[in-house]
Design a protein around this ligand. Structure first.
Ligand code: FAD
Length: 404
């Protein structure tokens, strides 16, 4: 078995892992990033790069180059709930360089981070390398075993960081206890051709018994049809005609284009989970991003929160990693820094799930109405709050780890 020795082993090349790998390499820390897939090209990844992440790109001196990647700009987010049309966030008043959400395929974002990280000699990205277990020395995690294209490898590291998402194998192997917060919905994900005459921005529409979110990807719509949790089999049993009919009722402008969905193969089920770890670390191991707290798709903040975790982790860990002084106390500092923003964000997501999405999905009768708190947020003085929260999150991070 091949054995590698490094300072930090990051498992998972999603937004958390790629940003962390980049920042540690930039700070001169030897880092190996393992990603189980051969590329970043998976369709279900979210596309929403919020002003907080764009501001970090500015701090890193990468913003101009980043904005050359194909993207569309969303200056205002709105939602249609029955007959109510509500603005849920506008960004033009924010004190940032980019007063918009960049809708950018996540694979472009991840490739961009990988390309920049590869410029640093201490960065080692290994695709098609899947961590399968932790290596332990007594109570201490000292690395991981992984399946790689040429067979099994083991990576021994001073610190292992689990960025392997909401089904994290590392957090399970480490025996870290998970608090499940629940989600009333799952998502059926598909794409339909987009015409130039269609509306430009993202569309979110809630009607009784159904909800559809459509993301503009230039020549096609990436569509998320939201269903009550655990009902995907019922939807399939009712047949494709019924499914297409439901989508068409909520977005009639799609017309015959919905017939492009001519097989269930074209519809992917994503189960939604919201949870968080009680403790994000143990000796030699830290979890961040969805591995520490699986986020609901509500608000499209998950990528950005994962990036914020990575920035905070790099700020706190880069220097101790370089001088081999990481202790359990250092890992605890990362949790202390990021737990509060996570809790507040999940609380808001759960309020939206319980007060808006669940009632709408289970009500098959009269048209749904927007909850009172959402209507209050339309008042001019209050309208800025949700936009700010969406754009920055709670306690936004800045780059403090230095470039070596
Ligand atoms: C239906 C749905 C829609 C969403 N839409 C949005 C959205 O539009 N915008 C948004 O901001 N957020 C969205 N989210 C949330 C968002 O996807 C996550 O919060 C975010 O991707 C978390 O980033 P991460 O890097 O922590 O984990 P992930 O993005 O899950 O990345 C984990 C990475 O680890 C790799 N991996 C897993 N196991 C291993 C292993 N054993 N070894 C090596 N590699 C491994 C995976 O292949 C993956 O690349 C959505 C979530 C859901 C469920």
């Amino acid at each position: 078995m091949t054995s590698i020795k490094t300072t930090c082993c990051v498992v998972g090349g999603g937004p958390a892992g790629m940003m962390l790998g980049f920042l540690l390499a930039r700070a001169g820390v030897p880092v190996v990033v393992l990603e189980k897939h051969r590329d970043f090209l998976r369709d279900f990844r979210g596309d929403t790069v919020h002003p907080s992440t764009l501001e970090l790109m500015h701090e890193l001196g990468l913003l101009d180059e980043f904005l050359k990647l194909p993207h569309s700009k969303v200056h205002e987010l709105s939602i249609q709930v029955g007959a109510d049309h509500l603005i849920v966030g506008h960004f033009e008043h924010l004190p940032v360089h980019c007063k918009f959400i960049a809708m950018m395929p996540q694979w472009d974002f991840l490739n961009f981070m990988a390309d920049h990280a590869k410029r640093y000699p201490s960065f080692d990205l290994r695709m098609q390398s899947e961590a399968t277990d932790l290596i332990m020395d007594g109570d201490r995690v000292t690395g991981v075993r992984a399946k790689a294209p040429d067979g099994e490898i083991e990576i021994r590291a001073d610190l292992t960081i689990a960025c392997d998402g909401r089904h994290s194998i590392l957090r399970e192997r480490a025996g870290l206890s998970v608090e499940k917060l629940g989600a009333p919905m799952d998502v059926m994900w598909f794409r339909v051709t987009r015409n130039d005459s269609d509306a430009g921005d993202a569309i979110a529409h809630v009607e009784s018994g159904r909800m559809l979110v459509m993301l503009n990807r230039h020549d096609y719509w990436q569509c998320a049809y939201v269903i009550p949790k655990g009902t995907a089999d019922d939807v399939k049993q009712a047949g494709l005609d019924s499914f297409r009919g439901s989508v068409k009722t909520i977005s009639p402008f799609l017309g015959d284009r919905i017939d492009e969905i001519d097989s269930w193969e074209k519809v992917k089920l994503l189960t939604v989970e919201v949870d968080r770890l009680r403790r994000w670390y143990r000796q030699g191991l830290l979890c961040i991003g969805d591995a520490a707290h699986a986020m609901s798709p509500v608000g499209g903040v998950g990528i950005n929160l994962a990036v914020q975790d990575a920035v905070a982790a790099a700020n706190i860990l880069a220097e101790p990693l370089r001088s081999a002084k990481v202790t359990t106390e250092t890992l605890q500092q990362v949790q202390r820094r990021r737990e509060f923003p996570t809790r507040v964000t999940q609380r808001v997501q759960i309020a939206m799930q319980n007060k808006l999405i669940q009632p709408a999905l289970t009500n098959k009768g009269e048209r749904p109405k927007a909850p009172l708190f959402m209507k209050l947020m339309q008042l001019p003085l209050l309208q800025r709050i949700p936009g700010r929260l969406l754009a920055f999150g709670v306690r936004p991070e800045h780059i403090h780890s230095r470039a070596a």
